[in-house]
Design a protein around this ligand. Structure first.
Ligand SMILES: Nc1ncnc2c1ncn2[C@@H]1O[C@H](COP(=O)(O)OP(=O)(O)OP(=O)(O)O)[C@@H](O)[C@H]1O
Length: 325
């Protein structure tokens, strides 16, 4: 594997100091094979690149912090959503703010590439590069989550797509924990769903939305989404808008195993799951979830801890590139 490199970065053709943070191991290692061609495409529009390679989990955050401290303002996160999420977290200063002139640029070298999908960059093979080359940006919402870390202490994590708890987080956790399942990519989640629905029972969760009175409900899983898409092309939160300053909480209630497998799951691709009478959605800016039983929390595909979970939206908190035209 290549060592991490933090070469001196110079302003590129757009006059913006840029660093690429690349996870060559993304998408079961295929990113490493595809990276040279992406690098050529990028260099054709940006000139010589300053590239840093991640060597393991968490590196994306460390490399992003170092890049910003070194004056870079455009961070190209080349990998999957895990890598983009790590880079985003490295862009957040200790005071919880993201430099207003910093730009997060996802390059789809991962398995699902949901941020690129949400931004429309997957519509053409070179969409992400064309968006970068345009020099135009827009701002999207950032999800700020405070939860109980695995060490039992409160922890904070930022995301751009979806935070989940309960059943969905358990499926994600058990899939990631198995190296052979991970090799199957998206299929693994569909294999794990029946397994988890057999063992994970809906539980009583206290829900509070935008400071209203807390209500206790029986919930199989909750998803708090900024964009419509997630989970490798699923329409998890139909109607969610990535830059409206609002988050969509999709609540999957006291569903039976048969309802999960036969009614709800098949509807996830088209977003029809929200039509089920035991699935409801609520829109808001601040959410709090608590449960007396340990209940896993997942942010943008990574299991990070347990409930309680406090979520707030950082309205249009970060800049991303926009496709021309
Ligand atoms: N050199 C490395 N070796 C192993 N794991 C790494 C390395 N560098 C980064 N990682 C970890 O790999 C995780 C998954 O990578 P990433 O999200 O980029 O790809 P993916 O899982 O294939 O794509 P997606 O998240 O879009 O489905 C990242 O969250 C990161 O923590």
């Amino acid at each position: 594997m290549l060592p991490s490199r933090a070469a001196k970065s110079a302003p590129d053709g757009n006059g913006m100091k840029t660093r690429v943070i690349v996870n060559l191991m993304a998408n079961k290692g295929s990113a490493g094979r595809r990276w040279p061609s992406w690098q050529r495409q990028l260099e054709a529009v940006l000139g010589p690149l300053d590239v840093a390679v991640t060597n393991g989990p968490g590196d994306g955050t460390i490399l992003a912090r170092a890049a910003l401290a070194g004056g870079c303002r455009r961070l190209i996160a080349a990998g999957g959503d895990g890598t983009v999420n790590e880079v985003l977290n490295g862009m957040v200063a200790p005071d919880g703010r993201i430099a207003p002139d910093a730009v997060l640029c996802p390059l789809p070298l991962g398995t699902a590439n949901e941020l690129c999908r949400a931004l429309g960059h997957l519509a053409a093979p070179d969409g992400a590069v064309r968006a970068l080359a345009s020099g135009r940006t827009r701002r999207i919402d950032v999800i700020r989550s405070v939860f109980q870390g695995f060490d039992g202490r409160p922890a904070t994590r930022y995301g751009y797509l979806v935070a989940s708890f309960g059943g969905a987080a358990t499926i994600s956790h058990r899939t990631s924990a198995s190296p052979w399942l991970k090799k199957l990519g998206q299929v693994a989640y569909f294999l794990m769903t029946p397994v988890v629905s057999l063992t994970y029972a809906p539980r009583r969760v206290t829900v509070q939305v935008d400071g209203a009175a807390p209500a206790e409900r029986t919930i199989f899983t909750g998803m708090i989404a900024s964009a419509e898409n997630g989970g490798g092309g699923l329409k998890l939160a139909p109607g969610a808008v990535i830059d409206d300053g609002l988050l969509d909480f999709i609540e999957f209630g006291a569903l039976s195993r048969a309802e999960i497998l036969l009614k709800v799951m098949p509807g996830l691709y088209q977003g029809h799951h929200v039509r089920h009478p035991k699935v409801s959605s609520h829109r808001g800016r601040a959410f709090r979830f608590a449960c007396s039983e340990p209940t896993l929390v997942d942010i943008d595909g990574e299991t990070v801890g347990n409930l309680p979970l406090d979520i707030t939206v950082m309205e249009r908190g970060v800049q991303v590139p926009v496709l021309p035209g």
